[in-house]
Design a protein around this ligand. Sequence first.
Ligand SMILES: [Zn+2]
Ligand SMILES: [Zn+2]
Length: 349
Amino acid sequence: MPFSHHSHSGQFCAHAKDSLESCILQAISKNLRIFCLTEHMPRSDPRDFYPEEVEMGITPQDLTDGFAEFYTTAVALRDKYKEEITILVGFEVDYIRPSMLAEIKQLRETYAFDMFIGSVHHVDEIAIDFSEELFNRAISAVEAVDSGADIAEAYNMGTKIERFPEIQVTELKGEERLFEVYFDTQYIMLTALKPPVIGHFDLIRLKCNDYKVNFRTMKSVWEKIVRNVKFISEYGGMVEINSAATRKGWEYPYPGPDILQLMKEEGIRFVLSDDSHGIAQVAFGYEKSLAYLEKQGIEEVWYYEWIGWERGIEDGILRPEDRYLPKISPQCIEAKRAIVKDLRGIVPA
Ligand SMILES: [Zn+2]
Ligand SMILES: [Zn+2]
């Protein structure tokens, strides 16, 4: 499966490994044709730092500087390896509280990006994919914010948690309530940004009781999922089949079968992603992702390419000698279709 629309490297992400260039070389050696470099956006509030960043004593300025360096390096590598692989430069969104919107806007004004990934990793400011402990902490935070009481659980590192004002309180509690707020947060992110690619749509399942939970059995959660999927379908967003789930112990990639079938019904286009955080994860789990798609009756996936350029799925890389790289911008790329069964066996395991 020769495309990844979502990746990180240890050079610019404290919880990843390996240099950006070595990840690209690995992608080339794995026969990837498209590799999107989508580093996490810099976060300006130390409350939102990943544990590794806290440990390393990193400051918001370090993250801003690091991101600038990521961008410059990514653009240079995009050019250096243009004969071997299509590299698209982007970033991955964090959508933690209302002020993120201005930060993302600023980031997009500062840099030109080919694309970006719209993700939600936090609910009521608490990371939901890091550990069971934090997942449970997120449940208590949601319940505390719902209750409106001035209690410890409604605070994040000494500051009161700031919820997106669009989120309505409901009767639900526990995990099911967390699912609701996650999909509401995702909807707020989707409507604000209309991301070209939606990252790990059902990441909220990662640390929950049973990742195979069928959301169709939870009426209000399912309604929110349907709303989100219909919205993505309307504006033409693409959803990643993200194989990171399989390296975290799942039998299949994100999103799970209940949501995948709904997306299929709604005519959503899918792209392939490894969400790699280092060489070892480049193109990881792709045979599993392809088998899953085939089993679920999904026959085609989509991928980005520079407008007017062709690279063979299997081997041939066609690069007219006289062509220069297009400018970095979403206007310079187009989504193309590939047939799932044609992709089997291309990427070495
Ligand atoms: Zn990451
Ligand atoms: Zn992510």
